[in-house]
Design a protein around this ligand. Structure first.
Ligand SMILES: Cc1cc2nc3c(=O)[nH]c(=O)nc-3n(C[C@H](O)[C@H](O)[C@H](O)COP(=O)(O)OP(=O)(O)OC[C@H]3O[C@@H](n4cnc5c(N)ncnc54)[C@H](O)[C@@H]3O)c2cc1C
Ligand SMILES: CSCC(=O)[O-]
Length: 404
């Protein structure tokens, strides 16, 4: 295989775990790898270990539909996601790895007067925050998406859409590989097949983790385990306001280019884009039950396929190639939890639910700051655990779009 070629070098090292690090990151997904990269590259923290129970990037990073946008409603959210989007725009250069970020635009359809009022409100809020946003008429939608069924005898006529031109998609695996390679080159140890089975806590401080490969010590531990965040938190006696649900997606057989933007509909309840391989990449909402199964129920797929055919009747004869699921960590206000806990040195970055891929570089950047300084970055200060006690929630169920 490739490994026997002369001079072939792995993209990242696979060292044995050391007994002690300055910082341990639990979770080798996009957010965890980005956190480790920025800890090393921005904050000069050299002894960092990323502990991943499976293979890096194998969780939601491998399973998401890669939609990237920053058009959330509230100031706190749109500023955090816009920070991420600006990092996306230079990420391939930063990592010297093509993450295939394609700014092909993202549109969220409106099918009722209320939808259109919400769209106008969110577009104006975006513009006030310096986020690119437009309201499209049905004719402008049809010009961008010739195959979509706009009006006439459809059950949910399309009255317009919000559109973010700088939104788009990226290659999810490449993001994990790019961050892993760059972090490894800066001395970060990435250790796969190393499940954290316990958190070592003494006198209210974290002292390290218990793993399937023995104890590893550190005075700072950042947990970035997405759908498994609640189980990790329980290891520290913490209960997080999260629910873990399956979220499914599926892809069609490959087609000639027929859709060069992202179309999302909260009402009809599905979203779609076309990958560079030609597959239609389709998703919708979470399975309503709680689960860690990384799969889902057929009725959700049937509902999603019906929604897509409602929008694109000509897709009704397509064959679907693959279906899969991930575990999404959904919070009460559809916003992340990024910050400290009551245990000194223990930090959590979770609650991204169905929409954290788009935040990957921004999430890692602010979480690295939070760990390095033991204080939240201004952009994640509002996303603390305390908001669930104070009641200062940031409700983004509307902008979280389809999947919630
Ligand atoms: C089907 C689907 C579609 C989605 N579509 C989009 C989209 O279009 N746009 C968008 O913005 N978001 C989307 N998301 C959400 C997005 O994928 C997630 O919010 C985001 O990827 C979560 O962050 P992460 O990448 O670090 O998670 P993950 O990649 O899941 O990383 C967490 C890692 O932690 C590891 N881990 C867990 N427990 C332990 C332990 N005890 N010890 C060691 N390691 C552990 C896991 O193995 C995993 O690799 C989608 C998600 C799914 C499932
Ligand atoms: C899975 S929904 C994708 C998004 O949040 O834009």
């Amino acid at each position: 295989g490739l490994g026997h070629h002369q001079g072939w070098q792995p993209a990242w090292r696979s060292p044995q775990p050391e007994s002690r690090y300055d910082v341990i990151i639990v979770g080798g997904g996009g957010h965890g790898l980005a956190t480790a990269y920025y800890l090393a590259s921005v904050h000069g923290v050299r002894k960092v270990a990323v502990l991943e129970k499976g293979y890096l990037g194998g969780g939601n990073t491998a399973r998401n539909t890669t939609i990237i946008r920053s058009n959330y409603l509230w100031d706190e959210s749109s500023q955090l996601y816009e920070h991420a989007l600006k990092l996306w725009e230079g990420l391939s250069q930063e990592l010297n790895f093509n993450v295939m970020f394609s700014q092909r635009g993202v549109m969220n359809l409106g099918h009722s007067l209320q939808d259109m009022r919400d769209i106008e409100r969110r577009v104006n809020a975006n513009l006030l925050n310096g986020v690119d946003a437009e309201v499209l008429s049905p004719r402008e939608i049809k010009e961008r998406v010739p195959l979509i069924a706009i009006g006439g005898d459809v059950r949910y006529p399309i009255l317009g859409a919000s559109y973010q031109p700088r939104g788009g998609v990226a290659r999810h695996d490449a993001v994990a590989w790019g961050f892993a390679r760059a972090a490894s080159a800066l001395g970060v140890d990435i250790i796969e097949e190393c499940e954290v089975t316990g958190l070592l806590i003494e006198d209210g401080r974290v002292r390290g983790v218990q793993t399937g490969r023995g104890e590893i010590r550190a005075d700072k531990v950042g947990c970035v385990a997405a759908g498994n965040s609640s189980t990790l938190a329980r290891m520290a006696g913490l209960r997080l306001p999260l629910e873990s649900h399956p979220l499914q997606a599926f892809v069609s057989e490959s087609l000639k280019p027929c859709l060069d933007t992202v179309v999302m509909s909260g009402a009809v309840h599905g979203y779609i884009s076309q990958s560079d391989k030609g597959e239609l990449v389709i998703g919708a909402g979470i399975d309503s039950y709680l689960g860690y199964g990384q799969r889902g129920s057929p009725h959700v797929i049937e509902h999603t396929a019906a929604a897509i055919v409602e929008l694109f009747p000509s897709f009704s004869r397509l064959r679907m190639n693959r279906q899969w699921g991930g575990i999404v960590d959904v919070s009460p206000d559809a916003c992340p939890i990024i910050g400290k806990t009551r245990i000194q040195g223990l930090y959590f970055n979770c609650g991204w639910g169905t929409g954290g891929f788009k935040a990957t570089p921004g999430s890692g950047h602010v979480f690295a700051h939070t760990i390095a300084h033991d204080q939240p970055h201004p952009l994640n200060a509002a996303f603390s655990l305390e908001r669930f006690a104070s009641g200062r929630l940031i409700d983004e169920h509307g902008a979280a779009a389809v999947a919630h």
